[in-house]
Design a protein around this ligand. Sequence first.
Ligand code: TH1
Length: 824
Amino acid sequence: MEGLKKDVIRHVVSSLGSDYASKSAYNYYNALALAVRDRLIDNWIKTQRSYYDEKAKRVYYLSLEYLPGKSLMNNLHCLGIYETARKAMSDLGFSLEDLAEQEWDAGLGNGGLGRLASCFLDSMATLGIPGYGYGIRYDYGIFHQVIEDGKQVEQADNWMRVGNPWAYERGQHLFPVRFFGEVKNWTDEYGRLRHTWTAGDTVLAMPCDMLVPGWDNHHVINMRLWSARSDVEFDLDFFNTGNYLGAVEEKIFDEKISKVLYPSDQIEEGRELRLKQQYFFVTATIQDILRRFRKKHQDMTELPQSVAIQLNDTHPAIAIAELMRILLDEDLLDWEVAWDICVSTFAYTNHTILPEALETWPVSLLERMLPRHMQIIYEINARFLREVERVARSEDCGQLCHRDLDHLKQRVSLIQERPIKSVRMAHLAIIGSHSVNGVAALHTELLKARVFDDFQRLYPQKINNKTNGVTPRRWLWSANQPLSRLIASHIGTGFVRNLDELTQLEPLAADPAFREAWRAAKLENKQRLQAYIKRKLMRELHTEHLFDVHIKRIHEYKRQVLNLLHVVTAYNRLRHGQAADFTPRTVFFGGKAAPSYFMAKRIIHAINAVAATVNADSRVNDKLQVVYLPNYCVSQAERVIPATELSEQISTAGMEASGTGNMKFALNGALTIGTWDGATIEMAQAIGPELLFIFGMREDELVSLRQHGYNPMLYYHGDEELREALDMLRSDAFSPGQHGLFAPLVDNLLHGGDRFFVLADYRQYLGAQQDVGRLYLDQEEWTRRSILNAARMGFFSSDRAISQYAREIWDVAPMAGLQNGKGA
Ligand code: TH1
């Protein structure tokens, strides 16, 4: 402890240039972070050396998004110095919790996809897998959300301003990134046609490393994020021509590339700058990967034995064309050899089947920005379509394929002709990879049977499932100390590394004393949340209420509106005196809407309007409260999830690829009310469906309902309570003086076809909520179920997910000597 204290004081003085006697929480947080980073960097250097020594196969995870959240507490726990640090800082006059408040929540992603990437890095570090995360260091992460007059207002997330003590900026290792220009043809000494791309513009990519420690194992991996730097300073001519200000403007223009994260989740924006971001990060990453590879290898055909590259959705899919370009134009390999290397190296994860999220880039844009890549994509396509023809004519595909050949080719082509000629990035990712995986069992089945059915017939081995998982380090141990300590006092701490050990809790579910202790831990978390809400929103929560929580991005398919209709119905019953047996509850909503997503923003407004009405109504507000949690983010999730009793997972069946919040809640002892969708299905199977509240139509039922003609008006006319709730929303009951404010929402359901089947599931949802309320009155049974839910969540650890990727896709093994928590 004395060592850590000394280091902290030294950093306050010599790294931060401040007086250690002036007790600024900001300085002491930064100094502590630097002292922790010192302890990580030694292990990181040793880890990297061991990869070279053991010629380990490396895994590269390419993702345009990460959501690391805050690092301090997690890193202290992983290093096993949490208690030491707590005492040391207390001696210096600080509480660790207060210092942790100083840290900026690193929000370099939108939602589940980015958080999954961060959980995966944690698991690679803990399992001892030689992994690297690659991405972009956005100057502005996901916007900061404030609620003003019930509406979402976006503010810039200027996280660079406060500085980042965790990152190593490596300004001396810059990689060039080229755009535009032209392609020249030439003939090599064997008479083969060759291509050289001479680019118009160049920018530089600067690496910025953030270290990711494993749990108690001395293994430290890194997340390398690229920041755009102009090359104008290097081009003295630019300044010497006398146009100094012009040169500076050019510099600012170049550095725009890594300025801001696109804040839309699963809605494609198709902006030129976004494509630039994708290529910028991909080419810098591939150059870095090959630099490392070439230190020990000359023969490029050995690449797939040394390197596995995982594409997190199609956002980095241009990497396939980029590696081809390097192998063809720089290493001068033959097409077939280069293509084999690519396909054996790349693997692609699909995260959504929503058509509006599937990426395409206009051919005209690609031709201009990346002319050589466009040529390569055309060549990949031509060869692929010839192969399709060959397979289709062969006997195993049969008559059907053959007759349908032209249509089949149009469907699977990399190029789509309408509405404008574009490249389908998912098709590029599928063809250029040896593995395509979905993120939950149902999702993968839908990929095979619907979205990529043609590819499933062409390559029956390629599509596979890897159900998502979450890291128990952050989402149980670090976020929920009261519960973790209770669990550890009965079964030890092994579950943090091996989550299956939670099954040892099962017999304890029958033990009244353990149940009481389990409830006490939940209450402690509810009280912590109560204090937080009081401080932040100046509102008093009732901790004896059932805490019912719906936090995630706002999206129509996630059906926050269905939840809202339940709230309005409960409100009406209470108002009308028809709910004598109503179980008091507080309903929490939280989540950001894409700034350009009109309907999502209007949903936020409606939730806040209903909340204002309900909370102000003294007839009901001792029994029903509604809270909108502004600026939902990773660190807020860490506070809210441990305090939650009911987890809302109510997406339209078939539309939530996996979900990962669902797992975090159950792991922390919340019961789930949910639809038969995504990974919630597998959770119900692992836990026992009778221990969750499952309701609503299944995916195949929705397909047939759609086929037979779904008429939402039927439900409206057939259900009095539903009609009352919708009529209130449409009128000005929740928007006094602003008649029609929420009409777009209601019209979308009644006259817009209700694409997400809100009305079809309303009655069943109400029934399930009634069951929830009734069960909550029986606290013993509720607690028993809560314990069993948590006890059976072992499968949903990201360690299990990463072990499967390692074995079944990457063919990598954990580093020797690291499996048992003993560091190298
Ligand atoms: C999410 C999925 O919606 C969610 O179900 C899943 O659990 C998560 O990924 C992790 O697999 C997605 N987020 C995005 C974000 C963008 C594009 C597509 C998806 S799918 C920008």
